[in-house]
Design a protein around this ligand. Sequence first.
Ligand code: AMP
Length: 631
Amino acid sequence: MTTYKEFHARSVRDPEAFWAEEAKRIHWHKPFDKVLDYAKPPFRSWFPGGLTNLCYNAVDRHLEARASQKALVWISTEVNEEKSWTYAQLADEVNRFAAILQSLGVGKGDRVLIYMPMVPEAVFAMLATVRIGAVHSVVFGGFAAASLAARIDDATPKVMITSDSGSRGGKGIPLKPLVDESIRLAKTPPAHVVIVNRGLDPGMTRVPGRDLDYAELSAKFSGVQVPVTWLESNEPSYILYTSGTTGKPKGVQRDTGGYCVALAASMEHIYCSKPGEAYFSTSDIGWVVGHSYIVYGPLINGSTTIMFEGLPIRPDPGIWWKIVADYKVTSMFSSPTAIRVLKKQDPAFMKKYDTSSLRYLFLAGEPLDEPTARWVDEALGVPIVDNYWQTETGWPLLSACPGVEDTPRKFGSPSFPVYGYNVKIKDEVTGHETAPDQKGVLCVIPPLPPGAMTTVWGDDERYVSTYYKSFKDEVVYSTFDWAVRDADGYYYVLGRTDDVINVAGHRLGTREIEEAVQAHAGIAEVAVVGVADALKGQVPVAFAVAKDAGKTATKELAAALEKEVMATVDKELGAIARPSRVHFVSVLPKTRSGKLLRRSIQALCEGRDPGDLTTIEDPAALEQIRAALKG
Ligand code: AMP
């Protein structure tokens, strides 16, 4: 048996031989000419010349052996429904949806924007898009109209797919009015909107000619077969936007063949999931985990994937464990925040169900604190595997790989670099590799492995300047995370090096939130920082300067303005970015060159020392922050 160490070493020493072997896991319509083309670093092409298709690998390929096996199970505790589709039924839905898209003029390379709640039609739509060689851009259903408009203008979709309404905690959250507003704001609106009408918003209005009803169209294409469009391995499959240090989100672009191979391999090496078994990821299709491990990974593997719409505590905190028991889930994927929510509930709910089918619980998206890891490990009695990755990488970068070797895990550590990733921790200043236990920036020596992003949509220059220019001595991919490695080779991730914060496992740019706060006409200036939170990991907190000091002269006035600012952020970005507090001050702490001292503000919020303040323009500004926090 190979040890994990040897397995990883081989993947880095001879990536071409390693990935040539892994590439056999998927169907190639035409074999690739070579494994890797690295003629234009840091850009690289995996499996150039090869023709394949994500939808074919996720659906059609299984029809011979698994036509009557469940492919997708949808459980909604929002509308109290539970439905499943076999691979044959999934193929039928996907073909119909592909025909709908074609009838609306969508072809190879065209973009389709999907803005949907957690409904099965979202999965059909994603698979249908890649089936015909088009490119999807799924936007999380919690984003507001202005965010949606920015994504429309960047990706210029031909068609948008949405629903009348999402639902949270039993309360409808209409989506269609946000779509209407985003189309009004966008410079390049799509010609058509396909609406999956759930009947949750009886007041929904339609724009004649533009808005079309999914059920009507789907009925029209009943039984139709749409041939797969074979794509060259490096042609794009999707765009997924993520936040960075600027106000403008980046469209992470993914290829086709490399992504398919990387996911297929990870299902065995990392997730230990066998074809035919049930795989349950509690994420949302709007995030990268949803793309890779609700939709593509499990389906490419021939698993039964479970899609859940609802809250983990509704109807009671046993719901996820009931699902594990009902479907004999073997691999489950969730987030530390979700587990912290469950930790506050009566543990009897977990014990009520037979969860013995579970081999592992994988947690990712944010730092997994030791008490949470210990609690769930003991309560559930299965090993917890901490995965570290990013929207950019598409699949884990640091993780134990129990499918290769069941290495011992240390709480608080996502273990080792995953095969395919040549990882280095570099000193921020010197660029030299750090010694064990010395903090540095977590980097990857290019070429990035299959599955990781290929570029920023429409902006190759931004891809290179954002990710590869952190160090003078070497072109390396920076994750913008601090990390240390201990003497045993275990890695620990210590948080971001930039102004990006992580709220309940979701990345948000502080600059983006500041821009949203400033959309309120009464705000002159603002600083937003991420502050440690026992439940969500971090929450955004804002310190704002009102244009008219009179508007914050009394506690009541300040409270009213704070509410208005929060509502503005909801409208501009979405409630997930809403600051937990908006404090008012008359001056913000800045350097003499005008740079916001976000780190010092954050330190004060967390009760820490504000650090080196030799460059501060006005020391009284920090006193105001202190006073605001006390008040
Ligand atoms: P996103 O692209 O939204 O998935 O966010 C990726 C970021 O989340 C990373 O750069 C890290 O800052 C953080 N992150 C993800 N997984 C982990 C983990 N297992 N431990 C610590 N931080 C994590």
